[in-house]
Design a protein around this ligand. Structure first.
Ligand SMILES: Cc1cc2nc3c(=O)[nH]c(=O)nc-3n(C[C@H](O)[C@H](O)[C@H](O)COP(=O)(O)OP(=O)(O)OC[C@H]3O[C@@H](n4cnc5c(N)ncnc54)[C@H](O)[C@@H]3O)c2cc1C
Length: 471
């Protein structure tokens, strides 16, 4: 063993960085290991930053078309270089990475480029790019190795004609047409981004509807908007085979006997935890039947001094929750108290338009309290919604029988910002009347909170003077 640390963190994505900085801030000696040159993990390289940079362009084209009634950038010429639609990508990545490096350096975290592998529960081997090998040890370990796209046997991803979420944005040209295999968040986000850029998109998956884990109102909203743009969702079908036809594109055979074809295919059929080759069996770390590292509520694995955080432990698989898990695991390892649970984490899906939710749905609140109050605002009722032609969305507020806000579901562009207001209302145990009594900036989409609150207070069974006067 060449060195001993208080903590060794494996993986420099959002989860690992947060755990590393937290331990270092407490004065501990910390080593952060990543197999790539760059810090930031999937979120910077293949995930959030590149996909949201392309999305911003798609949303802007879409908005300009609607607001001017002109065919701005539509249809984009055939063979439009994809990179030309993401000219901000490298600048955004560099800025983000510079900020992260400075933070690690400021806190004295040692950064090493190597592949880490457990030799035994107390020691890891670090294999570097030059073939060098070193053995180091630590009091605590944090596995934050993230996840990678899952490749089903029926689909041969060649990264040229059939791509996954790691390779789709390295396409040279905007595809002429696209089949998206999948119905989850990544599948739906890319389907709506390419569709808004004018690409004919077909989604196919065994689930009868896309985003089926969401409140049905929100899932239907996505489907309606996607179909409105000409997108097609084929539900209830299994993907039997997908292969390049050697001539003009990829043929996908479906279980209903039909064959669909497109220029390119995006395979977005889930993600698998990055655990292979890590020697977890030598460390006594158990992996569950879904292939994720098994953890308790403090993110301890079956080896109590080894924590696992982020995508490697499974859903919700978000950058925000990964960071928070990293912070909480570090706090536990440091013996510091852990605060409230993670139940009010907002979840935002960056389809076009956005979809967000936080807290309880109407059905969950009914189950929890035996009764529930709801109020809805349509963005078409809000001046800002009309001004920006953002009128298809809606905001639904959910309250307990005593009128405290317990949840919100929001569909429409701006949802990912509005949801934070709802999150604070839930955390502050705010009475829904507050949205009526206090004034908000006008014209803003936040006015939807007031309209939804009024809707709730004026429901047939609420005859209080305030409810009657609210409008
Ligand atoms: C297309 C796409 C869009 C997304 N959009 C969003 C979004 O809008 N909002 C959101 O919150 N989330 C989004 N996500 C999810 C988000 O990117 C992940 O939840 C997040 O990156 C997980 O963080 P992590 O730290 O657990 O793992 P990762 O970010 O995957 O980082 C893991 C790191 O571990 C390293 N590593 C792996 N094995 C080893 C080893 N043996 N030795 C050394 N290093 C190793 C890897 O190189 C990597 O850098 C998106 C994901 C994708 C793919």
């Amino acid at each position: 063993v060449t060195a001993h640390y208080a903590a060794i963190v494996i993986g420099a994505g959002p989860a690992g960085q947060k755990a590393a900085v937290c331990c270092a801030k407490a004065g501990r000696r910390v080593l952060l290991v990543d197999r790539t040159v760059r810090v930031g993990g999937a979120s910077v390289r293949h995930g959030i930053v590149p996909s949201k940079t392309l999305r911003e362009v798609a949303v802007t084209f879409d908005k300009l078309r609607r607001l001017t009634g002109r065919d701005v950038g539509s249809p984009l010429p055939e063979q439009t270089p994809l990179a030309s639609l993401m000219i901000r990508r490298d600048a955004v990545i560099d800025a983000h990475e510079g900020f992260m490096h400075a933070k690690l350096a400021r806190n004295g975290v040692e950064l090493r480029r190597a592949i880490a592998r457990f030799a035994n529960p107390r020691e890891v081997e670090l294999h570097d790019v030059h073939g060098g090998q070193e053995r180091v040890s630590a009091d605590s370990y944090f596995i934050a190795t993230g996840s990678s796209p899952r490749e089903p046997k029926s689909v041969q991803v060649d990264h040229q004609h059939i791509l996954d979420s790691d390779s789709i944005l390295s396409l040279t040209y905007l595809p002429r047409s696209l089949i998206v295999l999948g119905s989850g968040v990544i599948a739906s986000e890319y389907a709506s981004i390419f569709s808004a850029l004018g690409v004919p998109v077909t989604m196919a998956h065994p689930n009868l509807t896309p985003l089926s884990f969401l409140d049905p109102d929100l899932a239907n909203f996505f489907l309606g908007e996607f179909s409105e743009r000409g997108g097609v969702y084929l539900g209830g079908v299994h993907i039997e085979h997908a292969a390049w036809n050697g001539l003009y594109g990829v043929d996908v055979s479906l279980s209903n006997g039909s064959v669909i074809s497109a220029d390119k295919v995006l395979c977005a059929l889930g993600r698998s935890a990055n655990v292979s080759g890590m020697g977890l069996e030598h460390a006594g770390v158990h992996v569950n039947e879904r292939g994720n590292v098994q953890v308790d509520r403090y993110f301890r694995t079956s080896a109590p001094h080894i924590y696992a955080v982020g995508d490697v432990v499974g859903p919700p698989s978000l950058a925000s929750t990964s960071m928070e898990q990293g912070r909480r695991a570090a706090q536990h390892a440091l013996g510091a108290p852990i605060e409230n649970n993670l139940s009010t984490v907002p979840s935002s899906i960056f389809t076009i338009p956005e979809i967000s939710s936080v807290g309880l749905t109407e059905a969950q609140a009914l189950e929890a309290f035996g009764a529930v109050r709801t109020g809805t605002a349509r963005f078409s009722q809000v001046a800002r919604g009309q001004i920006s032609d953002n009128i298809t969305g809606h905001l639904k507020l959910v309250a307990d029988p005593g009128g405290r806000v317990v949840g919100a579901q929001i569909a429409g562009e701006g949802a990912s910002e509005l949801v934070q207001v709802a999150q604070m209302a839930i955390l502050g145990r705010l009475a829904v009347e507050t949205f009526v009594d206090e004034s908000m900036s006008f014209p803003t989409l936040a006015e939807a909170f007031r309209i939804a609150a009024v809707d709730m207070l004026q429901s047939a069974d609420d005859l209080s003077p305030r409810a009657q006067a609210a409008e």
